[in-house]
Design a protein around this ligand. Structure first.
Ligand SMILES: Cc1cc2nc3c(=O)[nH]c(=O)nc-3n(C[C@H](O)[C@H](O)[C@H](O)COP(=O)(O)OP(=O)(O)OC[C@H]3O[C@@H](n4cnc5c(N)ncnc54)[C@H](O)[C@@H]3O)c2cc1C
Length: 337
């Protein structure tokens, strides 16, 4: 599913992670068939066998995926594997505005054409990639769609030609499609290095990188991207904080990042909470893939209501009555604190 470099299977399952391949292949949830768990009291549980489907009782596997290590330790996982994509090609399309990139992404999704990956990076983040020198090439510092194609040779040709046509309709300023392995790696590495590149925008070592992880239904994606920019740009600019956005647009998931001094942490978190609330207004979620942890517990109340959080707390105590597994993460052990 391609999350951050270095992520391990246990952490990926615990966090319900996803990444650039999730648009085509689903999040980690779609890949976990069965788990072996150690519960808080030491009991070992295997959640199910390994057929493609099963209706045998409660779905313990998916209760644990995304539970952030609060319900059980995962010690074994049976995962689905997928054949490697055939005839891969990568595309890079540069636009004058984010709106054009979003419009092309939405048109691709509405067409029903299934690409391998669809990522949108704004001009600030493209500048950040160049600034970091983590990519093997230098890229235009404008809104850029990163695309991946695969399938039969003829199918890929048709996909590329269709996408190229859409890009041209939206006035793409430059466009490249390649099947050359070296060039494909160079383009995709640029997208993948962004997570680490953000840290290079710090003015001081002690500065912070704070990001959102909002996700909305694809029909509301344009409003999330536009709204996030409106919320952040003015204040970040006035304060001299760096900011930028990158979207797993195929999944309606957008990360807006701000790099700021430690002294501004509370102020930035409040600003970014406005984006998460916007996502809720748009029938979305405060976190598409990073999880709740400690930081988003209050906003979780806004997403699922006190009743929802209370139900989660009951599940927590049913499996971990002493509250010893990642205590106070996701839900506070004590209600109303
Ligand atoms: C630069 C950067 C980019 C990122 N990009 C993405 C991205 O694109 N998509 C995405 O989804 N996430 C992303 N993340 C977040 C992170 O990489 C993922 O959540 C990843 O799945 C965490 O895996 P890990 O092995 O690092 O877990 P860890 O950080 O080691 O652990 C995460 C949590 O899982 C629990 N845990 C770990 N192992 C187990 C186990 N065996 N059983 C039970 N609980 C366990 C830990 O207690 C902890 O609470 C990014 C993070 C960074 C720093």
């Amino acid at each position: 599913v391609d999350p951050a470099k270095g992520a391990r299977i246990g952490g990926m399952i615990a966090m319900g992670c996803s990444g650039t391949n999730a648009y085509r292949y689903g999040t980690i949830k779609a890949h976990v068939l069965s788990l072996t768990l150690v519960l808080a009291d030491g009991t070992v549980v295997k959640t199910r066998n390994r057929p493609r489907k099963s209706s045998a009782g409660y779905d313990l596997t998916n209760l644990i995926v995304g539970s952030e290590g609060t319900l059980a330790l995962v010690t074994e996982a049976i995962l689905k594997i997928t054949p490697l994509p055939k005839n891969p090609q990568v595309g890079l399309a540069v636009f004058a505005s984010m709106d054009d990139g979003v419009a092309v992404a939405i048109a691709i999704m509405k067409s029903g054409m299934q690409l391998e990956a669809l990522e949108l990076v704004d001009g600030d983040c493209m500048q950040c990639i160049n600034h970091s020198k983590l990519a093997s090439d230098v890229f235009e510092e404008r809104p850029t769609l990163f695309l991946k194609f695969a399938g039969s040779a003829q199918g890929v040709k048709e996909q590329v030609s269709f996408v190229q046509g859409l890009c041209e309709e939206r006035g793409v300023t430059s466009c490249e499609f390649t099947g050359d392995k070296h060039r494909m790696d160079a383009i995709w590495d640029a997208r993948k290095c962004l997570g680490n590149a953000l840290a290079t925008m710090k003015k001081h070592d002690s500065d912070l990188v704070i990001t959102t992880d909002a996700a909305v239904p694809v029909s509301k994606l344009a409003r999330l991207v536009e709204g996030s920019r409106e919320i952040v740009k003015e204040q970040a600019g006035e304060q001299g904080w760096w900011s930028g956005s990158v979207g797993h647009v195929g999944d309606g998931n957008v990360h807006t990042a701000i790099v700021c001094p430690q002294s501004a942490k509370a102020e930035v978190e409040q600003l970014l909470a406005k984006i998460q609330r916007l996502a809720l207004e748009l029938e979305g979620t405060i976190t598409g893939e990073h999880g709740i942890g400690l930081k988003l517990r209050d906003l979780l109340n806004e997403e699922v209501g006190t009743e929802g959080v209370d139900a989660m707390r009951k599940i927590k105590f049913a499996l971990d009555p002493k509250g010893i597994l990642n205590p106070d993460k996701v839900v506070r052990l004590e209600a109303g604190v």
